[in-house]
Design a protein around this ligand. Structure first.
Ligand code: SF4
Length: 307
């Protein structure tokens, strides 16, 4: 049987010769979609912590944040290699001198093989590319840029209050790839304003910009978000678990088989959300996706020639 999909853990093991673990690091970055530069409201689904659910407080320096997690990973898995992961808000949206400081610090942390930097497609400038290229060469670490794409439909992006377009995603992706960095795109597969054609278009973009990996999220309603208010007003009708599974499989069947899959369902703690993963654990949902793929004899890249 073909493999169902290309797991990111397998991709990392192949690349680095052993298991590699991501360590989330919190730095004082922010977001132009929250500070008034683009908007004051933020994306409708974004929680006040800017999706940094696993982050430590900012008053802990990044060496200590990293070391705390590293010691746990050593104890539990005998881990030796790590990715310093800048997850919350837009991690290139920070003063230039601070950006240089944190990236250089992270690149020199023990066992660090890569920096993964999550940001918006409109927050990558030539300055970031130049400094990251310098850090990559000097400290011999890989650079992974994670871009929030969410949807390829500009109307949906407007409803989400993203304040960027699908074209912005394509342009930023090309800049990342041209710089020799790895690219990870995030999408939300069950946006109620998207249909299956949008999922196919997401797949086309993911293939055409040659993303190295993707994260597929399920839409959940975090507390204190505009989405929560919209849901209370009856303006949002969430998709069923079956529809989610259907869309995830459609996406997987239509993306290149060499694109690594970092995630197939959102992971969020119940205390931070009103509705999430159909009241099941993310592992359970993942298992249901895999079971359905086996039942349908489906696998990543199955329909790639039909695009
Ligand atoms: S999801 Fe990202 S871009 Fe949107 S408001 Fe939150 S931090 Fe900003």
């Amino acid at each position: 049987m073909s493999r169902l999909y290309y797991k990111y853990s397998d991709y990392l093991e192949k690349k680095y010769g052993e298991k590699v673990y991501k360590i989330p690091l919190n730095i004082p970055s922010y977001c132009p979609n929250r500070d008034g530069n683009k908007s004051l409201l933020g994306c409708i689904f974004c929680a006040p912590d800017g999706a940094g659910h696993e982050n430590m407080p900012l008053d802990i320096d990044i060496e200590s944040q990293y070391d705390t997690m590293r010691q746990l990973l050593i104890k539990k898995y005998k881990a030796q290699k790590y990715i310093a992961y800048f997850q919350s808000y837009s991690n290139t949206y920070i003063q230039n001198d601070k950006f240089i400081y944190y990236m250089k610090k992270a690149a020199q942390l023990p066992g660090c093989v890569a920096l993964a930097i999550s940001t918006r497609p409109d927050c990558i400038e030539q300055f970031h590319i130049d400094i990251l290229r310098e850090i990559k060469e000097k400290y011999r670490v890989d650079i992974v840029i994670e871009l929030g794409m969410q949807s390829s439909n500009d109307n949906t992006l407007k409803i989400l209050n993203r304040h960027h377009t699908a074209t912005d995603v394509i342009k930023a992706s090309e800049a990342v790839k041209n710089a020799g960095f790895e690219l990870c795109l995030h999408i939300i597969a069950d946006l109620p304003w998207d249909d299956k054609d949008d999922i196919l278009n997401d797949a086309r973009i993911i293939n055409s910009v040659k993303a190295d990996s993707i994260k597929v999220h399920s839409l959940y309603i975090a507390k204190q978000t505009e989405l929560e208010r919209m849901h209370q007003r009856g303006e949002v009708c969430l998709l069923s678990l079956d529809e989610y599974i259907d869309r995830v499989i459609l996406l997987l069947e239509n993306i290149d088989k060499d694109i690594a899959i970092q995630r197939l369902v959102s992971r969020v703690t119940e205390d931070k959300s009103v509705i999430c993963t159909w009241s099941r654990s993310w592992r359970k949902v993942l298992g249901l996706i895999e079971d359905e793929m086996i039942k349908r004899e489906s696998f990543q890249g199955k329909n790639i020639r039909k695009l």
